[in-house]
Design a protein around this ligand. Structure first.
Ligand code: ATP
Length: 435
């Protein structure tokens, strides 16, 4: 089904996934805070990425570099000169737009007037600030607009200390900042966001093969976690779209409510970055191959995804409305590995003879499962909440439980219920989450 942006944004707010930032002061445009439920899901997205990119491979290691790096990094990388978007302003209504994203480059989408745009001006997206108490050009720094440069400037540290041999990768998850001209579409495009990037270093002649390999690998990551294949596609960039460093880029795109749009870019960055940092810093960042006695700059294949944007796409993809006994049910059919809570423990009523043993069961399971214990409201409303936040399994403790030492497990997608002995509960939950 296609779901509207508004429906997802409302659900996200109502259930504690995402709040407008600074809301009590009227809100700040395009900044969002992740609530108790959202922060769990966002962590799961990042953990699954880390698991597939680092934990399950022998050839990729991790890194966590600083957000504030030397200005020289961004000079050498080309960002200070070239990390720009073309900005136009409408002379009629003063709205500002990013020219390359306009459907009609001659018509203002805000007021509808034609021929009112100013000449495009290249606007640099990096946020500036200053280190130390004096604001001068000498201590100007940027908040990083991508995590990738933190990897390139640590390439030699990582290679040497971890005795890495080509081909190998360095992965990083973290915040990036871009002063976007037109943020919007909820958390799709924000000025502060999280990225999941990996730089894979290889011999230049092997770059085309690794470029193909990473496209397949990354596409499969989304479908393995339950994203529907018909909502995903790979789109190669046109030559005039390519970034200053790229010899080839494809985007993995998702069918968002407003149309196909980027989830992740996979680029062949060639040896652009290592060469640029070598030249600017004077450090020789070439790789020495002991077998062939060659010294050369490795090529780099980069899969670069957005964590917040990916979480948003998973939310959209999982959203279902169904009719059950004449009533509408909203359910997020999230993979259990992404769902905020894996299990909810629900005593049937608020009577202490139910809540006391039920909360004990919850406490005994907390170290293994991310779970929510909930004794408020009617059981029907509590199921509705768990369906809307995508909890795969609900465990109900009822009056019979006192006698038969058993509980009912309700499965989110099928709504089937099974009775399980409390002794076997952890094992039954484990099994159910695997399937
Ligand atoms: P665009 O051209 O749409 O501005 P981009 O192609 O420059 O984006 P990349 O530099 O390739 O984006 O960034 C890699 C990934 O980081 C993107 O695929 C996206 O998932 C994420 N990302 C980039 N900018 C933002 C943003 N402003 N808000 C949220 N996520 C973003």
């Amino acid at each position: 089904m296609t779901v509207s942006l508004e429906t997802i944004a409302n659900l996200a707010k109502r259930r504690g996934f995402v709040f407008q930032s600074s809301e009590i002061y009227g809100g700040i445009r395009s900044a969002y805070d992740y609530g108790p439920v959202g922060v769990l899901m966002l962590r799961n997205v990042k953990d699954q990425w880390w698991k597939s990119m680092v934990q399950c491979r022998g050839d990729v290691v991790g890194l966590d570099s600083a957000i504030i790096q030397a200005r020289a990094v961004w000079k050498a990388s080309g960002h200070e000169d070239a990390f720009t978007d073309p900005l136009v302003e409408c002379r009629n209504c003063n709205a500002r737009h990013r020219l390359d994203k306009l459907e009609d480059p001659d018509q203002c989408p805000n007021c509808g007037k034609r021929g009112t745009f100013t000449e495009p001006r290249q606007f640099n997206l990096m946020f500036k600030t200053h280190t130390g108490p004096v604001e001068s050009d000498d201590n100007l720094v940027y908040l990083r607009p991508e995590t990738a440069q933190g990897i390139f400037i640590n390439y030699e540290n990582v290679r040497r200390t971890n005795r890495m041999k080509l081909p190998f990768g360095i992965a990083q998850v973290g915040k990036s900042f871009r002063n976007e001209i037109t943020p919007g579409q909820f958390v799709f495009r924000t000025r502060e966001f999280e990225q999941m990037e990996m730089e894979f270093f290889c011999r230049p002649e092997e770059a085309p093969r690794w470029f193909d390999y990473w496209q397949e690998e990354r596409f499969r990551w989304y479908t393995d976690l339950g994203m529907r294949e018909e909502n995903l596609r790979i789109r190669p960039h046109d030559p005039d779209e390519l970034s200053h460093y790229s010899a080839g880029t494809v985007d993995i795109e998702y069918a968002f409510p407003w149309g196909w749009d980027e989830l992740e870019g996979i680029a062949n960055r060639t040896d652009y970055d290592l060469r640029a940092h070598s030249e600017a810093s004077g450090e020789d960042l070439r790789y020495f191959d002991q077998e062939t006695n060659e010294r050369f700059f490795p090529y780099v294949i980069e899969p670069a995804a957005g964590a917040t944007r990916t979480m948003f796409a998973f939310l959209i993809d999982a959203y279902h409305e169904e009719e059950v006994n004449g009533e509408q049910r909203v359910v997020l059919k999230l993979d259990p590995r992404l769902a905020p809570y894996q299990v909810a423990i629900l005593p049937l009523s608020k009577k202490p003879e139910l809540t006391e043993p039920a909360s004990k069961i919850a406490d005994s399971l907390r170290s293994e499962f991310m779970l929510e214990y909930d004794e408020t409201q009617s059981i029907g409303r509590r199921y509705r909440r768990q369906d809307e936040i995508g909890t795969p399994l609900c465990v109900t403790y009822d009056f019979d439980s006192i006698e038969d030492h058993s509980v009912t497990i309700r499965h989110r997608d099928t709504m089937k219920q099974e009775r399980v002995s409390i002794d076997r509960l952890a094992e039954a939950l484990r099994d159910a989450l695997k399937n």
